[in-house]
Design a protein around this ligand. Sequence first.
Ligand SMILES: Nc1ncnc2c1ncn2[C@@H]1O[C@H](COP(=O)(O)OP(=O)(O)O)[C@@H](O)[C@H]1O
Ligand SMILES: [Mg+2]
Length: 291
Amino acid sequence: MNAHSLARFPNGVYSRAAPIRSQQSKENSIGVAIEGHNLNFSFASRQAKAVPILRDCSLRIPCGQFWMLLGPNGCGKSTLLKILAGLLNPTSGTLYVKVPKTFVFQNPDHQVVMPTVEADVAFGLGKFNLTRDEVRSRVSRALQAVGMSEYMQRSVQTLSGGQKQRVAIAGALAEACKVLLMDELTTFLDESDQVGVIKAVRNSVYTSSADVTALWVTHRLEELEYADGAIYMEDGKVVKHGDATSIRSFIEASFSPEGIRSGKVKQPKNLLVSSCIQMKELHHFPLVKNM
Ligand SMILES: Nc1ncnc2c1ncn2[C@@H]1O[C@H](COP(=O)(O)OP(=O)(O)O)[C@@H](O)[C@H]1O
Ligand SMILES: [Mg+2]
């Protein structure tokens, strides 16, 4: 199964792995898009030893909100997101993710395959047995949500990386996706493209009548301004979980001179930290959390 086919199966059935244990409460089916309890995940090392990657991660994301997952490189963000997408099975723990769900890949060239924007967004709709008018209407609404309506007839080859990401997100929206899972989409994009993608996701969540929930992995602290809520991870654990403002304050405080003096922080490591440096002008402080 290639990357593109995974991205275009938003029904939550990526059949490579055994089914994840689900807990489906009434509350889940109404107001919660993602809920995980005590999720653990280990990789088998060459010596067949289990190497723990995620430890007792619990999270809860309400429907219809835009959330972010932040943390230093290597803390387990992508692993957790792949578990939520069903691409990896947790070693233990319980998980509920609303379906259909779509995992959007980082490389925009893995997202789009058809020659034109319109054809690409319509690509996944064949399985729904829709009339031509219904297909057109879904494609048009999805492109409007991501701000790409005027590109409908364009060749995908002429689009920027961020525009391709937006077309991929439109494809998911056209298929009535309920949960969008996105891993560092803006990493390879220039600044205006980054803002275009993040605004497209936000708009998709806020203007959609379909109650779309988005979870966005990033190590850029400044992107938090677009989020409703966030989860901060370190060393395979969820350290903090809450509204975006309190998570931002928590991260900034962790990397403040006081936080550094407390001995929890040692040397520069990642962009999350460099975002803090820019904001706090802490260039002379060593800046990585001890793990
Ligand atoms: N296929 C794999 N085999 C073994 N270890 C892995 C594999 N993928 C990721 N890891 C390890 O798991 C940890 C978390 O990785 P990842 O989830 O990619 O972190 P993040 O996305 O936060 O940078 C890292 O230490 C990484 O080296
Ligand atoms: Mg990652």
